[in-house]
Design a protein around this ligand. Sequence first.
Ligand code: NAD
Ligand code: MG
Length: 401
Amino acid sequence: MSASPKGVTVLGATGTIGVNTLDVIARHPDRYRAVALTANGNVERLLEQCRTHRPDYAVVADPAHAGALEAGIRAAGLSTRVMAGPEALAEVAALPETDYVMAAIVGGAGLLPSLAAARAGKRVLLANKEALVMSGRLFMDQVRASGAELLPIDSEHNAIFQCMPSDFSRGLPEVGVERILLTASGGPFRRLPVQDLEAVTPDQACAHPNWVMGRKISVDSASMMNKGLELIEACWLFDTTPERVEVVLHPQSVIHSMVAYTDGSVLAQLGNPDMRTPIAHALAWPERITSGVAPLDIMEIARLDFERPDMERFPCLRLAYEAFSAGGTATAILNAANEVAVDAFLSARIRFTDIPRLISHALETLPHQEADSLERILAADREAREVAAAAVREGRLLERS
Ligand code: NAD
Ligand code: MG
C-alpha cells in the first residue's frame, strides 16, 4: 500500500452512505484521510463529522447554512475551510489533493459533482445511481476520456463487479458473460395484497426489511423503482442491455447479485446486508481491508429463496424498462418525475400508487430527445420536475383511480 493516505472527498457525508464511508475510513487512518465533507443542510451532523475527521474543506450545498457552519468550525478551533453552493460541491470533487470521491448525494443533485469527479480523473465510488440514470452515456464517456476509475457502491453492482472478470470492459460476450442476475429484496410490500398498496404510509414504505437507508431510496425500494434505476445503472456500468439483466427477487438480501457465464457457471457475492462491505471493497480495490461488518453466518441464514418479480404489483419496474428502451432523455424524465413523486408521497400529498401514475404522465407529456449534451439532460430534468409538480398541485392524478 502507498506511503501517504489517500485523500477522500465524501459528497453527501451526512447521509447513510456518507456516515458508513466515514466509519470505514476511521478504521484505516493510515490509508485514508477525509479531504472534504459535504452536506445539504444538516450542519449539526457535518460539524460533528468535521470535529472527528478534521477535513480541509466542509461544504453546504444550501448557502443559507454557510454562516452556521463557519461559526461552528471556528468555535471548534478547526482550520477547515467552509464553502457553500452547488459549484462548491463540484469544486471539492476535483481538488488536486483528492484521490477518491465518494459520490453519495441522493438524486439528481448529485449529477454535476459526480461528473466533476469523473472529469477530474478521480477514483469515483459511485453510490449516486441517479447520475447514471440521467446521463449514462455522457458519464461513461467522461470516465473513459479522463481515465477515472469507476467503482460501484450500490451493493448489487458492487457484487456484480466482484463476480466479473477483471477485463469485463472488453465486452461481456467477449469475456464469456452470458447474463447478470440482479437481486432485489422486494421491499416491505412484497407480500401485501395489491389493493392495500394505495393506503400505505411513508413510514411503512421506509421500513425496509433488510437495509437501513435514506428515505428516498427506501421508498424507491418499496415501489421497486430502485430496481428499475439499478437495471439502467447495470446496463451502463457493464455495457449491456436489459435482455441480459434478469431481476430476481431474493428476500433475504444475502446474495447481492450474480453473474452467469457461458460455461454454465454462476458466480455470486454474499454478505450481510451492510453497506460498509461495498464501501470498503471500493476504497481498497484491488486489495481487501476490514470494514466492521460482522462475518456472514451461513448456518444462521440456513436458506436462500428466489422468485420472479411481479410487474403488476411493481409498475415502476416496468416504467424503468420502457424508459431505457425509449432511450435519450427518457430516463432523465423518469428519474426526475420519480423524485418529485417520492417527495410528494413522503409529505403525504399523493398516495403510494400515484407514484407510477405521475411518472407515466411525465413520460407521456414530454418529448424524448437525444441525451447528447448535459444541457439537454438538465433541461429534460427541469421540465419533468415542472410537469410532475404541476400534476401534484392540481391533484389530477389523485382523482383518476
Ligand atoms: P441520504 O438521504 O441518507 O443522504 C443523502 C445525502 O445527500 C446527505 O448527505 C444530504 O445532505 C445530501 N443531499 C441531499 N440533497 C442534496 C442537495 N440538493 N445538494 C447536495 N447534497 C444533498 O441518502 P443515502 O441513503 O445515503 O443515499 C445516497 C445515494 O446512495 C442515493 O443515490 C442512493 O440511491 C444511493 N444508495 C444508497 C444505499 C443505502 O444503503 N443507503 C444503497 C445503494 C445506493
Ligand atoms: Mg442497491
